[in-house]
Design a protein around this ligand. Structure first.
Ligand code: HEC
Length: 109
């Protein structure tokens, strides 16, 4: 793909509206755990999962399964990013499930 193609695609997807979050699929305990763990993420991904810097992805309203897969990939070294590798390293599967549930239920931009 050319740089111009990439820019056009980025503009297209950035302009689409996010779906509303799914209603009530998690337990209150999982939600509380996800919110607590997300304190470590807010500096880059924002308080409500909307990033403060366009170079960092929004997480709010993203699909739960995708978030689980992405976090496990960073943790296990299958997706490489210096910032995320350090953060994901200590996460258990339960932490990842709680974080993914929490962010997937926040309203996207
Ligand atoms: C120091 C800044 C920083 C912090 C803190 C941070 N992230 Fe990230 N995160 C990034 C960057 C930058 C990327 C994009 C990396 C890439 O290109 O793969 C990213 C990517 C991600 C992605 C993949 C998103 C996608 O659309 O593919 C997920 C999921 C994610 N972060 C979750 C988290 C969680 C959960 C935490 C807290 C435990 C966290 N991040 C903390 C900077 C950060």
């Amino acid at each position: 793909m050319s740089d111009a193609d990439i820019n056009e695609l980025a503009k297209h997807y950035a302009g689409l509206k996010a779906r509303p979050p799914p209603a009530g699929t998690a337990s209150a305990a999982e939600d509380a755990a996800g919110k607590r763990l997300a304190d470590d993420c807010a500096g880059c991904h924002g308080d409500k999962g909307i990033s403060s810097d366009p170079a960092w992805p929004n997480l709010a309203g993203q699909q739960r399964e995708y978030l689980v897969t992405a976090l496990k990939a960073y943790r296990d070294g299958n997706r490489k990013n210096e910032m995320m590798a350090g953060l994901a390293k200590g996460l258990t599967d339960a932490d990842i499930a709680a974080l993914a549930g929490y962010y997937s239920r926040l309203r996207g931009q």
